[in-house]
Design a protein around this ligand. Structure first.
Ligand code: SF4
Length: 486
């Protein structure tokens, strides 16, 4: 649908578009231009220290909503609350016109747990913070409770301190491209890029470990992700892990994603296990061969079972499985069958994703037959119930744009099996030194709410030739000494 948004606050146009997408999904947005099937007219006036905001919808549906809010004297807070006010007015118009309340209400951010932490930071109890999120953003009580449970689990785990750091190693290669993929991973093809990539990676890892030592940082979690790390041969995998071994040996958790079952063999699993990995991810996504073919995974459910068994036989005691709710051509029964199968496999953790169709994915271009938002909501709920029945706790959650049913991704784990790195990434409370093409290093200053980032270039050939520069970016990130109060 084409939507014309007439607004005096063009700087918030994308935020307003996100609110419209909660209800209408993919839209084409025209800003301050006529011609939309739906037109939204946003006006506002300030009287004294009060701002009156008005949203009027016309076209395929119509409605008017107004709200008032105080203008804040602090420019940063003012920007934040002003944005919240206009999003809220638009949300109310859309909700009334569409006649439904979305599960996450007006929330469009990717880290809703933040709101519980923010509330607790203002002195609210966890339950009060949960009630506030429910009331303020119209979040469904079940979802607010989910956030609260996650915060509980997270607070029971070791919290990062400013001298701790995670090490992320990125392998941006896959054996084929999944139709829903929006990552910057390249296809392995004949594998010519792999050896020079690993040469560059070894160099960057060694220099990063040197930086860690110079700065007196302490290893926290190690994570090798991608792409698909097991796209590398066993000898190449071994070289990367051996280079990181001094960090791995001091980490409290070591994960290697072995995502695609068709890339897993005994030699690779042994190389991973012998080099200190404590957690591995084998990702079925679905246990229906027709769906796997449809989404371009190019592996079978039989290969998933074999890879899973091989991982157990190699001695992995923590295997994670990723599943996706809302895949093209699937219905609730099919998702329930996938859940039932995964129960028989006994993974220690389970991540239930909701299909998100980003513009950069192939699925965006296809006319795929997708389950509707209501059914995807039932799938996600079935995943939650299944995890609970197995004694798993939800421990991290994030949301993405363009998610089916405007839902969420949730990681569940048996007690003692939550992945610290996943939490660190989602909550952005830990430092990360990241190596490899497209990897992003982060330095966090939690006491003052500041996060500095140093991204590596994404293009693989550029990364290989510019690895020294990537290292310089990391050094610059850590050049500054800690200030007072940080
Ligand atoms: S395995 Fe992951 S990174 Fe690779 S193509 Fe599929 S979704 Fe993308």
């Amino acid at each position: 649908m084409i939507v014309s948004l007439h607004t005096p606050t063009v700087q918030f146009a994308n935020d307003l578009a996100d609110v419209i997408r909660i209800f209408l999904g993919g839209i084409e947005l025209k800003i301050n231009e006529p011609g939309g099937e739906l037109s939204i007219l946003h006006t506002e006036i300030v009287e004294g220290n009060m701002r009156l905001c008005r949203m009027e919808a016309s076209g395929v549906f119509s409605g008017i909503q107004e709200n008032r809010a105080e203008v804040n004297a602090d420019p940063l807070l003012e920007k934040r609350y002003h944005k919240r006010q206009i999003k809220q007015a638009l949300y109310e118009v859309m909700k009334t016109a569409c006649g439904r309340t979305p599960p996450w209400g007006s929330l469009t951010g990717i880290r809703p747990t933040r709101l519980i932490y923010e509330g607790m930071g203002r002195g609210l109890s966890r339950d009060q913070a949960m009630a506030h999120v429910q009331r303020e953003f119209d979040v469904h009580p079940e979802k607010a409770r989910l956030l609260s449970e996650i915060v509980d689990v997270q607070l029971s785990l070791p919290q990062p301190d400013r001298q701790e750091v995670d090490l992320y190693v990125g392998i941006p290669f896959c054996v084929s491209r999944c139709a829903y993929c929006s990552f910057l991973s390249g296809e392995v093809g004949k594998g010519k890029q792999l050896p020079p990539y690993v040469d560059a990676l070894e160099k960057e890892i060694r220099q990063t470990l040197q930086l860690i030592e110079e700065k007196g940082l302490r290893p926290r979690a190690f994570y090798m992700g991608g792409g698909t790390p097991t796209s590398l041969s066993a000898p190449l995998l071994e070289r990367v892990l051996k280079a990181a071994r001094p960090f791995i040996d001091q980490s409290c958790e070591v994960t290697v994603e072995a995502g695609r079952p068709d890339t897993i063999d005994r030699d690779k699993l042994q190389a991973i296990r012998e080099n200190g990995a404590t957690r591995i991810s084998v990702n079925p996504q679905t246990m229906h061969d027709a769906t796997l073919e449809r989404i371009g995974r190019r592996h079978t459910t039989a290969q998933t079972e074999a890879a899973y068994q091989m991982a157990r036989d190699t001695g992995f005691h923590h295997i994670n499985m990723d599943l996706i709710a809302g895949l093209p051509g699937e219905n609730l029964d099919m998702f329930l069958q996938t859940l039932e199968w995964s129960r028989k496999m006994h993974p220690e953790s389970l991540t239930v994703h909701t299909l998100s169709i980003k513009r950069s994915s192939l699925l965006h271009l296809w006319e795929a037959e997708l389950p509707d938002g209501k059914m995807v909501g039932e799938m996600v709920e079935a995943g939650r119930q299944e995890a609970a029945a197995r004694g798993m706790q939800p421990y991290y959650l994030y949301r993405q744009k363009y998610m089916a049913g405007n839902l969420e991704n949730v990681g569940y784990a048996l007690p003692g099996h939550a992945c610290l790195y996943n939490i660190d990434m989602m909550e952005e409370t830990a430092n990360v030194l990241a190596v490899g093409a497209g990897a992003i290093s982060k330095r966090v200053y939690p006491a003052i709410g500041r996060i500095e980032r140093a991204p590596n270039v994404s293009e693989i050939t550029h990364y290989i030739t510019r690895v020294d520069e990537m290292m310089e970016r990391k050094r610059a990130l850590w050049a500054e000494e800690w200030g007072k109060g940080e």
